[in-house]
Unconditional design. Structure first.
Length: 284
């Protein structure tokens, strides 16, 4: 049985200089046959193992350094690590869905313009015709008297008082006519301002200063649909104008609102022109 050894006399021995492994028989003295220096057993195996461990350590240090270097770069402000883009799948027909899509019903929508916010189309005559003999005034008076007799929510005492005021009036004339859109029953701020401007005119202020003067507010609807629905709509329109006259225009005279219901009094061809409220001044 032989043993392997190695000489480390690098300055005086060629075998040590060339790294030659020396094989000796078992029991032979561990000295170099060339230079006589002591030999080291297993030098080859030990050297090989040491070199392997050394290289593993070197590679480990390099790997750890590279890892922490990348971590340091990614943590610097303003540095965004690149996100790998997945390759497209060939032949796939599956649609791409965005994460957390906004539900359709929660998406903001643009509101439709409201006719109550626009300018008023109210009409007011420059000169009030209070002549009771005028044919138009007479026609309206007859219509009002007929409607007063049919008003369901008016007490008999108030019915008689209003009826007598209109029937025996020595003067009667329209102050203002305010159109309403379909289904609309209230005045916009712009329409209230127009109403106030008309009522503040000098000739109207003269009527307002007369404590006997009465304002009759007539609410109309078009003749479409059920009259049982048109009547309360026309009442709400008249009430809204009366409330504005009292609360926004400071009219202190006696006032009555009369629901005229569905009508073709203003225009029998264009029914929408009958959706109005008229304010009439009555001098008993």
């Amino acid at each position: 049985m032989s043993v392997s050894a190695k000489c480390h006399n690098y300055t005086g021995c060629m075998k040590a200089h060339q790294g030659e492994v020396i094989h000796l028989s078992s029991g032979a003295p561990l000295v170099c046959p060339e230079c006589g220096k002591p030999l080291t057993m297993g030098a080859s195996a030990k050297s090989s193992g040491g070199k392997t461990v050394l290289w593993l350590v070197i590679f480990g240090v390099i790997g750890v350094g590279a890892y922490f270097g990348l971590q340091s770069l990614s943590s610097k402000p303003g540095t965004t690590p690149a996100t790998p883009t997945p390759p497209p799948v060939s032949g796939s027909s599956t649609p791409i869905i965005a994460a957390n899509p906004t539900p359709e019903e929660h998406r903001p929508s643009t509101p439709e313009p409201s006719d109550s916010d626009g300018p008023s189309n109210a009409v007011s005559p420059d000169q009030f015709n209070l002549k009771i003999s005028d044919s138009e005034n007479q026609r309206v008076r007859e219509e009002v008297l007929t409607r007063i007799d049919l008003m369901p929510n008016l007490s008999q005492a108030n019915r008689d008082k209003l009826h007598n005021s209109v029937e025996r009036a020595r003067g009667m004339g329209m102050v203002i006519s305010i159109p309403f859109a379909a289904g609309k029953t209230s005045l916009s701020p712009a329409e209230i301002q127009v109403l106030k401007d008309v009522l503040d005119r000098p000739n109207l202020m003269k009527l307002r200063d007369d404590p006997t003067a009465v304002f009759v507010v007539l609410g109309y609807a078009d003749a479409k649909g059920d009259e049982r629905k048109n009547l309360p709509v026309s009442q709400k329109r008249a009430d809204s104008v009366l409330d504005a006259m009292r609360d926004k225009c400071n009219v202190a005279n006696v006032m009555h609102s009369v629901a005229m219901g569905g009508s073709t009094l203003h225009d029998s061809a264009s029914l929408e022109k009958n959706r109005v409220v008229e304010v009439w001044a009555v001098l008993p």
